[in-house]
Design a protein around this ligand. Sequence first.
Ligand code: F6P
Length: 319
Amino acid sequence: MILNNIGILTSGGDSPGMNSAIKAIVNFASIYNIKVFGFLYGYKGLILNNYKILSNFYVNNIIHLGGTILGTSRSKLFFTTKGREISYKNLKKNKINALIVIGGNGTLKGISKFSNEYKIPIIGIPGTIDNDIYGTDLTLGYDTALNSIVNTVDNLKEIAYSNNRIFIIEVMGKNTGYLAYYSGIALSPLYIVHNNKYNLNNIQEELKKKKIKSNIIIVAENKYIGNASKLIYKKIKKNIKNYEFRHTILGYIQRGGKPSSIDRLLGYLFGKESIKRLINYKNNIVLGVKNNKIINIKLKKLINFNKKFNNNNFYNIYL
Ligand code: F6P
């Protein structure tokens, strides 16, 4: 089969570095005279047949931008048989012979379902700030989000120390706690709750040891429980007296912003390697990073496994 038209899309939560991946895909595709259809707002664009043809000129000046120039969404329709059928028809109509999707667990699980039903070469790129995709040490956007958290919480530390307060700060990361754990190490807080486990007595002991009334506690969001940090804040406030506590949810500020150099490089590598793999008939895989190499993860595996938190992971990535 000649690879002459490919589709790409970004879906789910946007993550810094997605634009770098889009640019690399378009640049490397052009070397092989492959036309790139950029579907807008994720699977929604595929279903509505809403796309832009992406040229080198179009993607020339996007590498430094956060978010995704293609737009994104969490499409419920793609999770229906009908939605996937329409998507396939649109791909056929445009004579598209391969698809690259960039996104998190939901996006990759959706495309895995699609690839069980329809025969079209697929490459997935793990794009999420949560670093929660099975098989890869690193996801696109995680490094930038870590840096954003560290920079923002540094500001909060100034308030904590000027006002003699203890801030309980919730960070994103869905259910794996990577962002909380590793931003925590970089911020040196009083306490890190990365897996919803904490001990009030230990917190109290730590406070006594420090002899000052200013500090921060980092808490991972937890989608299973919801309001995890608020519950902890209420409990701490009720049980530990003589300290002034405040509660802050960092929110979407940690998902935006200019991609770090690591995320730009990762986006570039993922984009380039997607095209190389399609050219070499390697497909129905998600790309990942292990021991500083770009690896292939079978799409099927993603359906059956969830990434578990591993605190050796840091060393695999950075050392
Ligand atoms: O997956 C990225 C992420 O930002 C998570 O950290 C967070 O739980 C979720 O998306 C928020 O989703 P939404 O943008 O749909 O509110």
